[in-house]
Design a protein around this ligand. Structure first.
Ligand SMILES: C[S@@+](CC[C@H](N)C(=O)[O-])C[C@H]1O[C@@H](n2cnc3c(N)ncnc32)[C@H](O)[C@@H]1O
Length: 196
């Protein structure tokens, strides 16, 4: 990311106008979380998802390119009495290493080139919780590079077993349902059992 783009994010966080609500895909599927392990909130912003993961007892890491966001995340986590290992990190330049996390959460962030590295960063049995804008989102990104085509998360993470998927797209009553967001929970297959 360029310095100018990072400064734009910093300015948004300094404005205090950005929300910090956990992703619905995480709260609705909280029961899928493992009892322990290593978790990552990627492109975490203010870390609302990281706090959910830490409160669930996971060894939680949170990375974002904006130092302002990470500073605010640290303050929120401390105020909540939670330990979150935060880092200022450009996840495109330094993606998570292979087989390094049991849970990865991505909310309202999309870079298609990163998706294979995200799937590979899961340990066997690990879970990816993903929620972001579709092309039909009102007030979402205008650049199609940053929003999803119909059911695209299924294609981007075809190597993962689907545990949850929702994309209402333009079906039925547009005033109802989940409009403008797609949600996905995928699981990396467990390593095959060794046969005698
Ligand atoms: C719309 S916000 C979403 C924040 C958070 N995930 C949430 O749902 O509240 C997108 C975030 O992605 C971060 N971001 C953008 N590009 C990034 C990159 N290359 N590496 C790390 N973080 C990045 C921004 O700083 C911003 O905090």
């Amino acid at each position: 990311m360029s310095d100018a783009d990072r400064e734009r994010w910093d300015a948004r966080y300094r404005s205090g106008l950005l929300t910090q609500t956990p992703a619905a895909v995480l709260t609705a599927n909280h029961h899928l979380l493992p009892a322990g392990g290593r978790a990552l909130d990627l492109a975490c912003g203010l870390g609302a998802n990281a706090r959910v993961l830490a409160a669930a007892g996971l060894d939680t890491h949170a990375w974002d390119v904006s130092p302002v966001a990470v500073g605010q995340l640290d303050a929120h986590a401390a105020a909540a009495g939670l330990t979150v290992h935060s880092a200022v990190r450009d996840v495109l330049l330094a993606p998570p290493p292979p087989a390094s996390f049991d849970v990865i959460v991505v909310a309202r962030f999309l870079d298609r080139a990163l998706c294979p590295a995200l799937a590979a960063a899961l340990r066997p049995g690990g879970l990816l919780f993903y929620e972001t804008f579709t092309r039909l989102a009102r007030g979402g990104p205008t650049n199609p590079d940053w929003s999803l085509a119909e059911s695209e998360l299924l294609a981007l993470f075809a190597g993962l077993a689907v545990r949850f998927h929702r994309d209402d797209w333009d079906t039925g009553d547009p005033a109802l349902g989940l409009r403008g967001f797609a949600q996905f929970v995928g699981q990396r297959p467990h390593a095959a059992e060794t046969r005698r």
